[in-house]
Design a protein around this ligand. Structure first.
Ligand SMILES: [Fe+2]
Ligand SMILES: [Fe+2]
Length: 179
């Protein structure tokens, strides 16, 4: 009986480890939701006639691939902030490293995309203001705040996650031989 209980616990632990390995890192729901809200509202604006719809389509064309890449490399590492705030990094967290290294390497491109998005957003906002479209003006402001939050907090936080995981799961240095 005792043997069976131990086997059960060992099997459960093993399954837990496997589940932790199999579980891909997910974009935190608050960020996924914000992306969905911005994307959905902008998509609706693309169906507007005239200048407003054209400006929305221009903006969506530069925003779409950028959001997609963020959800591949920039946002999933943020799901490790909570566990890392509670304890040390674990070896299974090393699956984040290809993402955070890609984000570091692609940072100039991500920031250049923010500048292009910013220009398309400014044109969309100007049309919305001219037409008195308050919801669309608010959408443009929300997108500007979103990009600023990424540059000031979220991108650096994702990179810090990578550094912490790398540092805390690296094998200890070999002891140096004495003189
Ligand atoms: Fe974003
Ligand atoms: Fe972004």
């Amino acid at each position: 009986m005792r043997k069976l209980a131990i086997s059960g616990a060992a099997a459960a632990a093993l399954l837990g480890v496997q589940a932790a390995h199999a579980q891909p890192l997910q974009t935190p729901s608050s960020i996924a939701e914000e992306h969905r809200e911005i994307h959905g509202a902008l998509e609706r604006a693309t169906h507007e006639p005239g200048d407003l719809g054209a400006a929305a389509r221009n903006l969506l064309a530069v925003l779409d691939p950028h959001f997609k890449r963020e959800e591949e490399i920039a946002a999933p590492p943020l799901s490790l902030l909570l566990p890392l705030s509670r304890g040390p990094a674990t070896p299974s967290m090393r699956s984040v490293l290809p993402m955070t290294r890609a984000l570091e390497a692609e940072m100039p491109k991500m920031l250049a995309e923010h500048r292009r998005i910013g220009q398309a957003r400014a044109r969309f906002e100007a049309v919305a203001k001219r037409q008195g479209r308050l919801d669309e003006v608010a959408l443009a402001e929300k997108l500007a705040a979103h990009a600023r939050q990424e540059e000031e907090i979220l991108y650096p936080a994702a990179i810090v996650v990578g550094h912490v995981v790398q540092r805390e799961t690296a094998p200890p240095p070999r002891p140096r031989r004495g003189p």
